[in-house]
Design a protein. Sequence first.
Length: 124
Amino acid sequence: MKILVVDDSSTMRRIIKNTLTRLNFKDLLEAENGAQAWETLAMNQDVAVLITDWNMPEMNGLELVKKVRAEPKFADLPIIMVTTEGGKTEVITALKAGVNNYIVKPFTPDVLKEKLEAVLGTSA
């Protein structure tokens, strides 16, 4: 199962990828902004989950979510937003844009596991 991790912080990408690896997810892709993520999705149409930050250069996470949701082939792609934007308004904005789940940084590995299980409907 391919998971695409998008964050402009290489440290945060590494933290998320290490957590996913511990949860036995091995096929991990990464991008440092929404534009790069969009290119990666175009080349890897079998991505099963998109985990994205909100605040990034070039194309932010919200713009990426809207672009992904506008593409019919990605209509059912689970999206988890992992961000420092923890206000109620931001959460509502992200959910309206099409995010399936939302994690506020900093987070624990258990929170990522729980949110991933929720969007996949499984136990990781």
